[in-house]
Write a protein that binds this ligand. Structure first.
Ligand SMILES: Nc1ncnc2c1ncn2[C@@H]1O[C@H](COP(=O)(O)OP(=O)(O)OP(=O)(O)O)[C@@H](O)[C@H]1O
Ligand SMILES: Nc1ncnc2c1ncn2[C@@H]1O[C@H](COP(=O)(O)OP(=O)(O)OP(=O)(O)O)[C@@H](O)[C@H]1O
Ligand SMILES: [Mg+2]
Ligand SMILES: [Mg+2]
Lengths: 261, 261
């Protein structure tokens, strides 16, 4: 059962939109999916209309339980909310922003999420993790816990700037903490063929990443940005929109490749 | 001499684009401006074609010198590169991403930037600080060092989500570290009148922020995203573009309001 992180420290490139719709389509395809929101902003949490309620356990409590070597309660499954058939979400909360301060010097702080994931991974067919726009402790935890990452990239100039930093961090985590880690997919998002810059950046990204760039382009599509306001994924609310079609294609591509291995 | 931070933990909302073009227009208006890049991604640094060279001092060395109570060398002025008449930029470097780990437990870690700014503020008419998409130590440093903040906001659903978290952090910094701190301007960016969501979010933002929302809307304009590839601000390269016009209007609005006070 694959554990995939959606990672890119550049802000606003479509990490949450990708994580949410990818997970939702996987569940529609009959897989049992866990979506973990590891971003203190909690956008994946609100994409399913889940309020970051104090009363329920969130990812912060799960990681704290791992850090304090308690009996591992609450686990990720305890904290997960079922949001659709075959799809559960572990909500984020604002406390996560304080993780670095709270657990920043604890032993093994980089692998708390991995410990929590390893305890529950047999219960799911796919685990997807949304991450914050930074390369701090939370993102390192995501890289340590995952088998592979999906890198959403906007076709903008700054996207190229950030890739070198991201790959350097991936290499370090791979060397020191998680030898299995690989970049499974680079996905071009908010793709707009009318924009000259899109073409230029696309050519550079294709040259740089060779075969890992998905053949699917996620178009700029207003339905994708409208859906969070309704608390449901776009692939559910606007299934025939261009954005939803693209995410279904992406999942199809991924499942075909996994079947081949 | 005002010190303004450009802050919003939501990623990709136009913080760097606003900081860079705002600073460039201020300098064109004859002010002596310092732009500080406090984001480890270094997008404001590359917007002026500055490579994050190891050889030159960057913000990380300045903050480390403050932390280690050295003679304050290098200062912000030592690290600054003159990029246009009346405009200097203090570059960011990748090391900044390690600031929380490196200085995270040092005494006074939240006010290193303020100490560095206070030493040089008399040399400039305006200081503008670009910040990363997070509410961690770097952004707290920015909030502690500034008199006021500009909050760029995209008219998207997630923009509303993040505002409450941002204002909570501003309140805490104001109460504990920087009583002068205020939200000077909220600026709506990538504004697209054809998009229904834009109107909805705009109404909510106007209701929430009342008078602090700028009357200027920064339109979605491809010239703004093309300029970084050329290493110069859009207001210099494409002065008659809609994006550049809007940033000139924004500076005009700010200067008129300052003159009134
Ligand atoms: N293909 C798309 N077309 C149109 N809008 C999109 C698309 N993908 C994402 N968006 C919108 O763009 C904004 C940024 O996307 P999103 O929040 O998913 O990015 P992110 O990388 O998760 O951001 P952050 O770095 O803040 O976590 C959101 O308002 C989202 O609704
Ligand atoms: N008004 C605009 N019209 C079109 N494109 C824009 C506009 N403002 C910014 N952009 C582009 O959108 C992307 C995001 O903007 P920018 O990098 O300035 O945001 P940011 O908030 O600084 O991001 P981060 O959170 O990663 O620091 C960039 O590629 C930029 O060139
Ligand atoms: Mg996100
Ligand atoms: Mg930026």
């Amino acid at each position: 059962m694959p554990v995939w992180g959606v990672v890119n420290q550049k802000g606003g490139v479509g990490k949450t939109t990708t994580a949410v719709n990818f997970a939702a389509v996987m569940a529609k395809e009959g897989r049992k999916v866990l979506l973990i929101d590891a971003d203190p902003q909690g956008n994946a949490t609100t994409s399913f209309g889940l309020l970051r309620q104090r009363s329920r356990a969130s990812l912060f409590e799960v990681l704290t339980a791992v850090a304090e070597a308690e009996n591992g309660v609450p686990s990720l499954t305890d904290a997960a909310c079922v949001v659709a058939p075959g799809l559960s979400v572990v909500p984020a909360s604002m406390d996560l922003a304080g993780l670095e301060a709270a657990l920043g010097t604890a032993v093994g702080r980089e692998t708390f999420l991995r410990e929590a994931v390893d305890r529950v991974r047999d219960e799911f067919d796919w685990i997807v993790v949304d991450s914050p726009p930074s390369l701090g402790l939370l993102t390192v935890n995501v890289l340590a816990a995952c088998d592979a990452i999906v890198v959403p990239m906007q076709c903008e100039y700054f996207a190229l700037e950030g890739v070198a930093q991201l790959l350097r961090t991936v290499e370090i985590v791979k060397r020191r903490i998680n030898p299995n880690l690989r970049v499974a997919k680079v996905v071009l998002t908010m793709y707009d063929t009318r924009n000259r810059l899109t073409q230029q950046v696309e050519d550079e990204v294709l040259g740089f990443f060779q075969g890992t760039v998905s053949g699917v382009r996620i178009p700029r599509n207003v339905r994708l940005s409208e859906a969070p306001g309704h608390g449901r994924p776009a692939v559910e609310l606007f299934p025939s929109s261009k954005g939803s079609e693209a995410y279904r294609e992406l999942v199809k591509e991924v499942l075909e490749e996994c079947a081949v291995h």
